[in-house]
Design a binder for this molecule. Structure first.
Ligand SMILES: [Zn+2]
Length: 325
């Protein structure tokens, strides 16, 4: 038989309804709260409390009792947020954001508490944006943290994917999948020592469902394939206007060849991150190491820039998420 323990701060002496959690380690947590608060926030509770009293109604501590099918941790988080939504974190790119909001979000979905739901979704959407310009701002802000903090002090993407799946938030999936794809499969947090985790991006891939892990692997391959294609296309677009019989055309061609190979090597071997790579070329236009004539260089970079935007738009389909948007 599980024992019942009253919640510390959420067992209000003048509360008029008691909620039981599911037992955990044989302990049920009892919450004594205000019925009016639940009723106003949630149509589900409103309907529950509108049922006429019957002989089967149970009570606890001389107060009507409702046995919920929710974990005690989730209820604690959710009820705290209902009483004071300021306990929901607000800062961007918090390392613990998902763990600090998951219970509240899961129950806000279940009990249809719209204001908590919206608040948390917009917090997650700031960290995992669906607009490329917002992604770039985020990356710039993370980069301020410096090396290697930028690798280790960024939010873990698989836990947010897992939460998004539980709560049906598809808007944050492309960015979270892209970030996961930048992380080597060997940088699984379960395989790394704490020392190793300080020097690389890592993720807890075990949090992904088999289907999402498959999406990630396929998406990662497609990203590299598409990036190689972009480089080839930018290369021929760049040379397009350089006159065919001009002797310096060969020099432009060989320089762009060399540049393309170096970029490919870096992206494929080390950083797995075409978005950052392309942005760097676009931002560093004037200091770009490309030695070709101005026109070829300009056209090469402009081509990458427009393809970079197209690439972002393609992320949902690369990760097979487009049918879910
Ligand atoms: Zn040229």
């Amino acid at each position: 038989m599980p024992i019942i323990k009253n919640s510390g701060s959420l067992y209000l002496p003048d509360g008029d309804i008691v909620l039981f959690s599911l037992p955990k380690d044989d302990v049920i947590t009892a919450f004594k709260v205000d019925r009016v608060l639940l009723r106003r926030a949630s149509p589900v509770f409103e309907a529950m409390f509108a049922l006429p009293p019957s002989e089967n109604n149970e009570s606890y501590d001389d107060t009507p009792l409702v046995k919920l099918q929710d974990e005690s941790d989730h209820l604690t988080m959710f009820l705290n947020a209902l009483y004071d939504s300021r306990c929901i974190p607000w800062q961007k790119n918090g390392l613990r954001t998902v763990r600090e909001v998951d219970g509240t979000l899961i129950l806000a979905v279940k009990y249809q508490v719209d204001h908590l739901h919206q608040r948390i979704v917009s917090l997650l959407e700031r960290d995992w944006p669906s607009i490329l310009a917002d992604w770039d701002i985020n990356e710039a802000e993370l980069n301020i943290r410096g090396w290697p903090a930028v690798l280790t002090l960024t939010p873990e993407p698989c836990e947010v994917i897992s939460l998004a799946r539980k709560c049906g938030i598809t808007s944050i999936l492309p960015a979270a999948f892209y970030h996961s794809a930048r992380i080597q499969a060997s940088s699984d947090r379960r395989l790394l020592s704490p020392e190793e985790m300080k020097n690389c991006r890592s993720a807890d891939f075990s949090l992904l469902s088999a289907e999402d892990f498959r999406r990630l692997v396929i998406g990662r391959n497609k990203i590299m394939h598409i990036f190689r294609r972009y480089l080839t296309e930018a290369h021929s677009y760049a040379l397009d206007t350089h006159k065919l019989f001009d002797s310096s055309r060969d020099k432009c061609r060989s320089d762009l060849d060399g540049f393309k190979d170096r970029v490919e090597l870096r992206v494929f071997r080390y950083i797995n991150d075409p978005l950052t790579m392309m942005r760097k070329e676009v931002c560093m236009r004037d200091e770009s190491p490309i030695q070709s004539c101005y026109s070829c260089k300009d056209r090469f970079i402009r081509s990458l820039e427009s393809r970079r935007n197209a690439f972002w738009e393609e992320l949902p389909s690369l990760f097979l998420l487009d049918s879910e948007q």
